[in-house]
Design a protein around this ligand. Sequence first.
Ligand SMILES: [Zn+2]
Length: 356
Amino acid sequence: MANRDKNKKTLLELAKLPDNSCCADCGASDPDWASYNLGVFICLICSGTHRNLSSISRVKSIRLDFWDDELVQFMKLNGNGAAKDLYEKFVPVFYYRPQQHDCEVLREQWIRAKYERLEFKEDNKLRSYSSGLYEGLLWKKGKDNGQFLKRKFVLSEKDFSLKYYKKDESKGAKAIISIKNLNATFQPEKIGHANGLQITYLVDDHTRNLFVYHESGQEIVNWFNAIRATRFVYLKTAFPTATDDELIPWTTRNYLKEGFMEKTGPLVGYTLTFDAVELGVIFIGTEHHGYSVNECMPKGARGNKWKCGLAVGTPNRQFIFMCEQERERKEWVDALRHVISKPMLPQDYASKTYHI
Ligand SMILES: [Zn+2]
């Protein structure tokens, strides 16, 4: 067998090893690209990010490109397990590790943090986002005209708050937001910027949103991780007996499903949204606690325009929602069923609302 074929066969076998069978950066299964100077197997999408960072990474397809003996040997000696031990040795517990479908800014900054800035190689590395105080300027979308204005933000672990100031700081904070019921999630499309971050919080049981971005990907991801760090410390004090693994999913949460449904009720049908203007939040528990989700077409329901109904049953009453299309109904039913099939944690009871 020619070397070329032999090398390809060896590489494909290496890629099947348990450590290498998931992308080193996002966890996608069956990666068929590799960085041949870092010695990691990565997916097609991550290989695109690596390609843009040519000073730190060189990529080849394990199926399509030519590999010489030396490079194959290097991949054999390294691989995803060894790279993890080296580059991810001291990733802080609250730090967000991007998944396959996360947005590009999270993926790129994770890759840069690991291999370019070597942020997690040593324990004593100074990480600004885990210091307990993070401040800086962010572009914030104005409430009235939708224009983005630069505002100073201060995140503090001391009083578990996020504050922001208008230009004239001497007038005090424009808003002081408790970290207690705060969530942050990247929403590049909605915000119209690749680094767009949505910060959601509760004021008197009403959901409010801040839409912000920073020109620098590193800076906005630092903000995201600073929020996660502060939330993590808060959750640890609020739920002292919970384990880190239980608390981490609560530092920030991606919305399972966001969109519009028409809610039918005794008055008129109106639109329930989990968006900027929110009319209602429903706490959704589990099947065990009497919650249910079903497709339906209730007789006499006054959802006028939209015809695809779903019923959310709670111990006290039933909510009927109407979706515009069958596909959307299926997505909502799947997302809601996912929620009710999961066991509730102490945090669920405490937070009272489950944003879907
Ligand atoms: Zn990947």
